[in-house]
Design a protein around this ligand. Structure first.
Ligand code: NAP
Length: 293
């Protein structure tokens, strides 16, 4: 039997509808939630992501501006801009789109964003709070995966969750969230990476498998146990001369074959991606609610 599809687009739409109601309430109190997005350079994928974020904000009534800087922007000028946004009371959330051009130290820029405006959850203060289980802005992709699971009746509590990937924006924070003694988490977590050797040894044992390696076909059907819930975070461009863009997107999971073994699975696109954007909106709204109190 083919796996149930965990539809991120649909789940994200439900979340956005709920957020839109909250935006109306906030505006009634005279508070207009505002997200400032900074885009440096011409990276095509970044331009697409920023466009999607701006559109999503507009759709639910969050005010959003995209500040576009050219690729040669000096680091000090970018730092000055972030300082200005930090000091602007009308700005509730600041997002600096990554990757930044090589001559700019991303760490320096991200660390300058005030933790209470850090709606991406990348500031060390938010990362630290997450690590010790305190309230913080959760990074959007891990938060989106958790919501996708819970809102589709997959509760990680008591499950064996295997995460492939330990990056600072996906694998590591998601593993951290899932092992905490909290509702919607409290899982037993295994984290795999390039030093793990035979991945199958671990993935085969998973009740819930998260693929966040950034490589097509990292997870094949023989690596998945029957009934496993498979979340594919990967977004990989594969050359495709038949497509008008010259490429198409695939995840890290061999979807066609894995869906015959898994009990539930996310598609790419339309799985984790829309959830990430929904969580950015949610964090921005939270930032506005706190600041307007
Ligand atoms: P990343 O920084 O490149 O990290 C990849 C991680 O996977 C690393 O920890 C790496 O291990 C591990 N890895 C790579 N190949 C592996 C293999 N063959 N076996 C075991 N582990 C392997 O990537 P990322 O930023 O986490 O992103 C991962 C994927 O998710 C990318 O395709 C990205 O585009 C996508 N993504 C999607 C969204 C979304 O909203 N849908 C958001 C963020 C990212 P080492 O640490 O040992 O190098």
């Amino acid at each position: 039997m083919s796996a149930r599809i965990l539809d991120g687009k649909k789940t994200a739409a439900e979340i956005k509808e709920q957020l839109a109601t909250k935006v109306v309430e906030l505006k009634r109190k005279g508070c207009i939630p505002h997200l400032s997005v900074v885009l440096v350079g011409e990276d095509p994928a970044s331009k697409v992501y920023v466009g999607m974020k701006q559109k999503a904000c507009e759709k639910i009534g969050i005010q959003s501006e995209t500040i576009r800087l050219d690729a040669g922007t000096k680091q000090d000028d970018l730092l000055n801009l972030v300082s200005k946004l930090n000091d602007d009371e009308a700005v509730h959330g600041i997002l600096v789109q990554l990757p930044l051009p090589k001559h700019i130290d991303s760490k320096k820029v991200l660390e300058l964003i005030r933790p209470e405006k850090d709606v991406d959850g990348f500031h060390p203060v938010n990362r630290g709070r997450l690590a010790i289980g305190e309230e913080c802005f959760l990074p959007c992709t891990p938060a989106g995966i958790q919501q996708l699971l819970l809102r589709n009746n997959v509760n990680p509590e008591g499950k064996h969750l295997v995460v492939v990937g330990r990056s600072a924006i996906v694998g590591l924070p998601f593993a951290t969230m899932m092992m905490q003694k909290k509702p919607g988490a409290n899982a037993t977590v295994t984290v795999c990476h390039t030093g793990s050797g035979d991945l199958k040894r671990y993935t085969k044992q998973a009740d819930i498998l998260i693929a966040a390696a950034g490589r097509p076909n990292t997870i094949t059907a023989d690596m998945v146990g029957p009934g496993c819930v498979v979340i594919d975070v990967g977004v990989n461009r594969v050359d495709d001369p038949d497509s008008p863009k010259g490429y198409h997107l695939v995840g890290d999971v061999d979807f066609e074959h894995v869906k015959e073994v898994a009990s539930a699975i996310t598609p790419v696109p339309g799985g984790v991606g829309p959830m990430t954007i929904a969580m950015l909106l949610s964090n921005t709204l939270q930032a506005a609610e706190k600041s307007c109190k």
